[in-house]
Design a protein around this ligand. Structure first.
Ligand SMILES: Cc1cc2nc3c(=O)[nH]c(=O)nc-3n(C[C@H](O)[C@H](O)[C@H](O)COP(=O)(O)OP(=O)(O)OC[C@H]3O[C@@H](n4cnc5c(N)ncnc54)[C@H](O)[C@@H]3O)c2cc1C
Ligand code: FES
Ligand code: FES
Length: 1337
């Protein structure tokens, strides 16, 4: 019944209450693109396209005509085929509320609680909670957190998002401010208290101002769709495009007939498995079957044998069924259900759980799918049907392995699944360990089951299945058979481990790497199961089987983070300050509401312009090679392709002095852009790009720091600083130690990928460039020089950027050049919005680091001398590597006064994508390195770590290694305040006590001081300009050279203009950053973007205020509007430019002296963690931060920056790992493989205190730039984990002077907690095999 047989149906669904009829629905069209491009609803964002980030979340509502029920659920629109929506109602963020009509309390509270920064993730966050609240009016906090499992935010650190949504929860949450015994919900604490003459305030928003929730305001489910659902129950639906036909049959019989006719046709239900392979333009399915309306596949019934669940039920429904059924059954019958529930708690995010079907999960059999091992161990049965009849097969290991005799036939479908009851003498458990606690595929999972002879511990049947090891779930079938008849004791366990390791082998080169870790998990899970069963046996037969010892008990249970809670404390404004003056108050982000309603516009949200073309790039697949030829002929044949653009098409300069925009003769990394294909649509452009043929001649690549040292391959000459007399220092030391630290890089993972829209104007070769950048001037300069034009012809515009973190300083200029050259060649507007994998492939990130240290110290912990060698992997071009290595050398002392110090820094040149600026700019690497040395000294001397830190910290007025004078008073204030606020000493004692009692779980605590230098080491980086216009109605337009990256720069600018012009904030507007209004802006970075532009805005406002002086004096009681009107009559100019020359800084590398940075910022953080020694999982229990932000212009923004940076740092130090193949190809190109922190990763208790009574005479209003500083403080989590690992190692009698490299992933933690299981596994000799990935640091 393909399309030629029948007229296609109209696809009918509703979007935000409006009916959509699509007469030619394309089965390959996904909802996200349809919403954005066809319906012009750009609030729903593209963040990854693979279901991993949640930016595209919408709510789907469907009506079940049989149950007469409406179901609301969240969904990732990037995976949702529009054809699956027939009869459904879609709600997007625009339908939830808008500024035009009415904002929804969900949007309002999120904005008022400062839950958005760049705002790119925000519509997705709104939609996830909206979907939850539509089905649960008063959800629990646990439901709220789990609703956010699938939503990533790179800016906020999640705390304010959770805070805002906590107001919808049925239970009131409390911060339980330990130490004070008080709660943030106490009115007293919410308000002000006085400390040493200053007013201290906590809480950043006022819940009393929240709009009440009014469910009657929400869209009702369209009655038309209810009617349709009833009427069309028995109607087959067909939708067709030129190459694909979508058939949605209405009965099982019809489905089976279709399957018989089209055996190769897939059954698409959630499309979460099939939809991931959509990137190949040649691969498609001519027929797609959609079985969602088949009643038999939606069935749920409780039978004598177990629960039967329809194959089309989604995983969220499975969870609900289990939650409902378990309490009604005797416990012994529910063991498999409990195990499934456990897996479902952490499997994917709520969107995927609501879309993915049980049948799709079982049939697609992904290696790491979590339910299959347990369904198989639990002896589940698949009810199959085909046109030939029905049959049942076991969902056993042979089915999972795809053995023909045990598999489903091509013409069969899975109708339902019988999940049997467990029995009294049966034990079933499920385990999984992923790189991140939630929303991450398992590294290894397992389903284990044992059946005993009744009343004994003699094994009658045993199943052990693992996922994440082979290409599908694997069974240790032979091992199990050998263990039948054995008793459940230690000997059996040893034997079982041995057998399993023999049977389930993982080759050293296995895809995914982590080979030894994965092997260890096999036996670690087995051990945990063994103990769980022992505990169960004891519970059943307490007199026959002994109770587990406390040590063993500690091996049981997974670490689960509780509901996070936060406290934010800051200095209040002076009581005498005018209530209208917004400076110092927690004002909401200027775009906050627009972020939440989806009305904030990013580059790719700009509506298509007439004649616009899309662009896709062709990138190098070689790390180092000559380009022999480029053949574009096939690409030009692809329908819709207009042209292919190469280096030859650049009329002017192809890039800058260091980097080519298009590779010409040679490629120097995988991912380097070689040419670009422009076409009518992005799909066509991508298809064209795939057809370009490039012939390479291989050259030897240099990939790792080790390689670069060997080949003397450096980007710049060595940077060196020396202080004191290093040789003398070492001679005077009691002891000398040497060591190393390797640190991986980091992806920026801004939620908005690099995007540019170039529109050639009709005259004078002018061009508008709309670009997501931190550095519009560089874009303008590079585009102009590429087109051989003067800069005055290129107009750059940036309204806002959806996250940048340093990653959009240099690269966007090259993307803009590529689009501009294409626009120049075709004479048409070009849109170039990178897909996530391309963005990750092409751009570099934070520099991987390798440090070698030699430290001489006294027995009392004083460091006498240190010799540091620091290396960074800069990648293939210079980019910012020279500055980064300079900053590492300048900042490596952190808070420590090392009297005799030598630091040498080297930026290595390799054939990897060029690494670039990233929040903290080298300091996160340098700081971790010096703290590693401190820990090494503390370990050797046996002194507490905090004592060694204190002994070596700068005191009083002091000088850095580059002889800059500073006062360490506030460093000490932060440190001491942090010790007190965190209750460090008593909690440290409790940690020790916990560790004494728990062998398999350990806690750790660490406190870290910080001296952070703000800004740049040259004056010209700090210059800034502004332009302020006052219009005749008194309204004010402020423009400046800074760019909104989410850091609230414009909000602060408006606060400043409001203070300087003494007018309310409502009078002032900011439109966009543009090279036409404020020229030559420096990049917005280095924590100083806001304060330097603030100076320029202040300057312009003061000029205007002064001009108004005579008028004001004449009419002092007059209104602002009167003055403005009078000024105009008097021909006084109401427009002024402001300028800030920049802080005077300089660093002279010849003399090794300088005033390298404008000022220092101090802070301290204490973190406590718990680790699971068996799996390497960890949980962030509590963090206390004390930060010397001086006088904060906007405490909500500053605390948001501190928290956001801290969580980004948690990512760097504990989660985020970039893998490169031995050929130099990046293997981690999506949120599936690269894990940034999610809601589950934030500390359960997160307290931020801004140090009161601090001044900074250098920056405006005595403020400080806090954009980056919070990042390094997350190293306290790294060292807390290290502390926990050390406790484990001490108990196991292992050496304590061990090295832990960064990031401290589950793998590193587990392998450092060396034990009988890590010793048991086979080890592979390096050099004897080709690893899946190489270490580039
Ligand atoms: C971002 C993301 C995160 C994820 N995280 C996890 C995780 O943490 N743990 C985990 O276990 N899984 C995870 N998954 C995988 C998920 O569980 C599976 O993709 C999902 O269960 C597949 O179901 P579906 O309905 O979407 O299948 P579809 O993609 O619609 O179909 C998949 C395949 O199954 C076949 N099929 C479907 N139903 C039937 C049937 N009734 N009879 C015969 N064949 C059928 C189809 O023909 C197709 O070949 C994740 C997926 C994504 C996208
Ligand atoms: S864009 Fe859909 S989940 Fe990321
Ligand atoms: S605010 Fe969440 S990604 Fe920027």
């Amino acid at each position: 019944m393909a399309c030629h047989d029948k007229q296609p149906d109209d696809l009918v669904f509703f979007v935000n209450g409006k009916k959509v009829i699509e007469r030619q629905a394309d089965p390959e069209e996904l909802l996200l693109y349809y919403l954005r491009k066809e319906l012009r609803l750009s609030g729903t964002k593209y963040g990854c396209g693979v279901g991993g980030c949640g930016a595209c979340t919408v709510m789907l509502s469907t009506y079940d005509p049989v149950a007469k029920k409406i179901r609301h659920h969240p969904a990732n629109s990037c995976l949702l085929p529009i054809c699956s929506l027939h009869g459904a109602a879609v709600t997007t963020v625009e339908g939830v509320g808008s500024i035009k009509d009415r904002i929804n309390p969900i949007q309002e509270r999120l904005a008022k609680c400062h839950g958005s920064q760049c705002g790119f993730c925000t519509p997705g966050m709104v939609m996830s909670i909206y979907a939850l609240l539509r089905s649960h009016v008063k959800p629990s906090m646990e439901q709220i957190i789990s609703a956010l499992d699938g939503n990533l935010c790179r800016c906020t650190g999640y705390r304010p998002i959770i805070d805002s949504y906590a107001s919808f929860a049925k239970e009131q949450t409390c911060c339980q401010l330990r130490g004070t015994g008080k709660c943030c919900l106490d009115q007293e604490e919410l308000g002000c208290s006085s400390s040493a003459g200053v007013r201290i305030r906590s809480g950043l928003c006022n819940p009393a101002e929240f709009l009440p929730v009014d469910p009657t305001q929400e869209f009702i489910f369209p009655p038309e769709l209810m009617r349709m659902a009833q009427e069309q129950q028995r109607k087959t639906l067909i939708f067709c495009s030129k190459r694909t036909t979508w058939i949605s049959p209405s009965s099982l019989k019809e489905l089976l007939e279709l399957k018989a006719k089209y055996p190769k046709a897939p059954l698409v239900v959630g499309n979460t498995s099939l939809g991931l392979n959509k990137n190949d333009c040649d691969a498609y399915h001519p027929i797609i079957l959609h079985p969602l309306r088949i009643p038999e596949m939606q069935v749920v019934s409780i039978t004598d044998d177990g629960i039967v669940i329809g194959a089309a039920c989604c995983l969220a429904q499975l969870r609900e069924i289990l939650l409902e059924t378990i309490p009604k059954l005797p416990e012994e019958k529910t063991k498999i259900y409990q195990a499934l529930l456990q897996q479902l708690r952490t499997l994917a995010g709520e969107q995927i759980r609501s879309m993915a079907s049980l049948g799709g999960h079982i049939v697609s059999r992904g290696s790491a799918w979590d339910l299959n091992p347990i369904l198989s161990a639990g002896k589940s049965v698949l009810n199959l049907a085909s046109d030939g009849g029905k049959r049942q097969i076991f969902l056993n290991d042979q089915f999972l392995a795809g053995h023909k005799h045990a598999d489903i036939e091509p013409k069969e479908v899975v109708v339902s699944v019988l999940i049997p009851y467990s029995t009294k003498d049966e034990f079933i458990s499920a385990f999984r360990q992923a790189d991140r606690q939630k929303n991450a595929f398992s590294v290894v999972n397992a389903g284990l089951r044992v059946l005993f002879r009744p009343g004994t511990d003699t094994i009658v049947d045993l199943s052990i299945l693992y996922g994440g090891i082979g290409s599908t779930t694997l069974s240790a079938r032979k091992s199990c058979e050998k263990l039948i008849g054995r008793q459940w004791n230690d000997q059996m366990l040893s034997e079982a481990c041995k057998l399993v390791l023999e049977e389930i082998s993982l080759p050293p080169s296995a895809s995914g790497g982590k080979v030894e870790y994965r092997r260890t998990l096999l036996v670690s899970f087995l051990f945990r199961f063994y103990l769980e069963v022992l505990r169960g046996l004891h519970q059943m037969y307490p007199f026959r089987y002994a109770e587990l010892s406390q040590d063993k008990m500690s091996a049981l249970g997974m670490l689960q983070s509780g509901v996070p809670q936060g406290v934010q404390v800051y200095q209040d404004v002076d009581p005498g300050q005018s209530p209208q003056d917004p400076v110092g108050r927690p004002i909401m982000h200027q775009s906050g509401i627009k972020h939440t309603t989806g009305e904030a516009i990013y580059i790719d949200d700009i509506r298509p312009v007439d004649g616009e073309l899309s662009l896709a790039v062709v990138t190098s697949i070689k790390a180092h090679a000559k380009i022999k030829s480029i053949d574009i002929s096939e690409a030009l044949q692809v329908p819709g392709v207009i042209n292919v653009v190469t280096a030859k098409d650049v009329p002017g300069k192809n890039g800058n002095d260091e980097e080519e925009a298009f590779a010409k003769d040679k490629v120097i990394c995988v991912g380097q852009i070689i040419c670009a294909v422009v076409a009518e649509t992005l799909t066509q452009a991508k298809c064209g790009a795939k057809k370009v043929k490039i012939v390479y001649e291989d050259l030897q690549p240099v990939l790792t720091i080790k390689d670069a040292i060997k080949h003397n391959s450096y980007i710049t000459k060595e940077r060196k600083l020396e202080k004191g007399d290093i040789e003398k220092g070492f001679k005077s030391a009691d002891k000398i130690i040497e060591g190393e630290l390797h640190m991986g890089g980091q992806e920026h993972f801004y939620l908005e990928t690099n995007s540019v829209l170039v529109i050639p104007r009709m005259e004078d070769k002018e061009m508008d460039v709309y670009v997501s950048t931190q550095h519009a001037t560089d874009v303008q300069k590079l585009v102009a020089s590429a087109l051989n034009l003067q800069s005055n012809k290129i107009m750059c515009h940036t309204k806002r950027v959806g996250g940048a973190f340093g990653g959009k300083i240099t690269k966007p200029s090259f993307f803009a050049v590529i689009a501009a050259v294409a626009a120049n060649k075709t004479g048409r507007p070009i849109r170039f919005a990178l897909e996530r994998d391309m963005d990750m492939l092409i751009t570099g990130g934070r520099h991987p680091f390798f440090g070698k240290y030699k430290v001489g110290f006294m027995k009392d912990g004083r460091i006498m001398a240190a010799d540091f060698q620091c290396y960074i992997n800069g990648g293939c071009t210079k980019d910012e590597s020279e500055l980064v290595i300079e900053y590492i050398v300048l900042k490596v002392d952190n808070a420590y006064n090392i009297p005799n110090l030598r630091v040498r820094g080297h930026a290595c040149k390799t054939n990897l994508p060029s690494n670039t600026a990233f929040r903290g700019f080298g300091f996160p690497q340098a700081g971790l390195f010096v703290e590693t040395c401190i820990v090494a000294v503390a370990t050797k001397t046996g002194l507490p770590h905090e004592k060694v830190r204190e002994i070596n910290m700068y005191k009083g007025v002091n000088r850095t290694a580059f002889k800059e004078e500073f006062d360490a008073e506030n460093l000490w204030k932060c440190w001491k305040e942090c010790l007190v606020k965190s209750d460090y000493h008593s909690r440290n004692a409790k940690v020790e006590e916990f560790n004494r009692k728990n062998y398999w779980k350990k806690k750790g605590i660490a406190i870290i001081p910080m001296k952070f230098s703000v800004g740049f080491n040259a004056t010209y980086f700090h210059q800034a300009g502004a332009l302020v216009h006052i219009y005749l109605d008194g309204s004010v337009l402020v423009t400046h050279g800074g760019i909104e990256l989410g850091q609230g720069i414009h909000t602060k600018m408006l606060q400043i203009a409001s203070r300087e012009l003494r007018i309310p904030l409502s009078y002032i507007h900011f439109c966009e950053t543009s090279s036409t209004t404020v020229p030559n802006g420096k990049y917005t970075a280095g924590s100083v973007g806001t304060e330097i532009n603030a100076r320029a805005v202040q300057d312009a406002c003061q000029i205007l205020w002064k001009r108004l002086d005579p008028i004001r004096r004449k009419n002092p009681k007059g209104k602002w509007e009167d003055w403005i009107s009078e000024a105009h009559k008097k021909s006084i100019s109401l427009s002024a430019t402001g300028y800030f020359k920049g802080y005077v800084t300089n660093m002279n590398w010849e003399t090794k002296k300088g005033h390298a940075f404008p000022y220092f910022l101090y802070g301290a953080a204490c973190s406590e963690v718990e680790i699971d020694c068996l799996t390497g999982a960890h949980k962030n229990i509590r963090t206390d931060i004390v930060m010397d932000a001086s006088f904060s212009i906007n405490p909500a923004i500053d605390i948001g920056q501190i928290e956001g940076a801290f969580i980004q740092g948690v990512g760097l130090y504990t989660l985020e790992e970039i893998y490169f193949s031995p050929e130099g190809e990046q293997l981690t190109l999506s949120p599936d493989t690269y894990k940034i922190p999610a809601v589950c990763d934030i500390p359960e208790q997160f307290h931020v205190y801004l140090l009161p009574n601090s001044c900074n005479s250098i920056a405006i209003y005595s403020s400080k730039g806090v954009g980056e500083a919070g990042f390094f403080l997350s190293s306290s989590v790294f060292f807390a984990i290290r502390d926990a690992v050390a406790a484990a190692r001490k108990e196991r009698g292992l050496p304590l002077d061990f090295t832990l490299n960064s990031p401290l992933t589950v793998e590193r933690i587990r392998m450092a907690c060396d034990d009988i299981f890590t010793k048991m596994i086979p080890k592979d000799k390096p050099g004897t095999y080709k690893p899946w990935a190489i270490d580039i640091s």
